[in-house]
Write a protein that binds this ligand. Structure first.
Ligand code: ADP
Ligand code: ADP
Length: 228
């Protein structure tokens, strides 16, 4: 079942020295509940592709379909986690995680119950009433992931969410993300330039080549990577 269809996406920017082709005809079918990692050198168009899927950027040509329907504009159905995902600084952890649920008008009691479940899943039980500034970088990314999951998006879009973290925290968060994904399947589109990270997380690794942005190879990771 194709959840997300990227159909011949082409994107050019107007740069200072003329136009820059960021994506030059990218097509990819992503199955429901599949975990995809996109790797490739800086500038190969990874973020551009993610932003187009998120509806934050319009492709110059081509289209993206979610459940067969063309994506237009942003929507709560796509949860996005960026490398430095700005949490609302004036909101506590639980209020941050409840944000997407509030937008969907989920009753407060229910929203709180769901938020607590995901806060626990990312190992932040006890920090519900802390503010982002009281948390470490790894903890903030955990909050961002809990918030994305809590909103129950159709697709989770992650742009180097662990890129700014130290190696130990990074491995911990990879494991937590995988555990969450295994318990509660979700279609994940994860950008990284860490090949190890891609192999650990993904079912398929999409390798992009720089200039102009194209898919160079798709690697099936059919043997589960050993984890402790
Ligand atoms: P990646 O995420 O793989 O590093 P990007 O999607 O950020 O790649 O960028 C792809 C290409 O598009 C790069 O050559 C980059 O310089 C260019 N680019 C990205 N954003 C803009 C922009 N707003 N204006 C002009 N060029 C851009
Ligand atoms: P403003 O409209 O003044 O930018 P917002 O309340 O929309 O203020 O956003 C405040 C901060 O929260 C921004 O840094 C923004 O990136 C982030 N933000 C905006 N929308 C969301 C969202 N849906 N989920 C999480 N963070 C968001």
């Amino acid at each position: 079942l194709v959840k997300l269809k990227i159909d011949n996406v082409y994107k050019e920017y107007q740069g200072r020295n003329g136009k820059v082709v960021a994506l030059n005809g990218v097509s990819l079918d992503i199955a429901e509940n599949e975990f995809i990692c996109v790797v490739g050198p800086s500038g190969c168009g990874k973020s551009t592709l993610l932003n187009i899927i998120a509806g934050l950027l319009e492709p110059t040509s081509g289209a993206v379909y979610l459940d067969g329907k063309q994506i237009e504009g942003t929507g709560v159905e796509r949860g996005v986690v960026f490398q430095q995902y700005a949490l609302f600084p004036w909101r506590t952890v639980i209020k941050n995680v409840m944000f997407g649920l509030e937008m969907k008008k989920v009753p407060k009691d229910k929203a709180e119950e769901i938020a607590r479940k995901y806060i626990k899943a990312v190992g932040l039980e006890g920090f519900e009433h802390s503010y982002p500034k009281e948390l470490s970088g790894g903890m903030k990314q955990r909050v961002a992931i809990a918030r994305a999951y809590a909103a129950n998006p159709e697709v989770l879009l992650l742009d180097e969410p662990f890129g700014a973290l130290d190696a130990q925290t990074r491995v911990q968060l990879q494991t937590e993300l995988l555990n969450t994904w295994e318990q509660e399947k979700k279609t994940c589109f994860f950008i990284t330039h860490d090949v190890d990270e891609a192999i650990i997380l993904a079912q398929r690794v999409i390798i992009m080549s720089a200039r102009p942005g194209r898919i160079k190879r798709i690697v099936d990771i059919d043997i589960p990577y050993p984890r402790t």
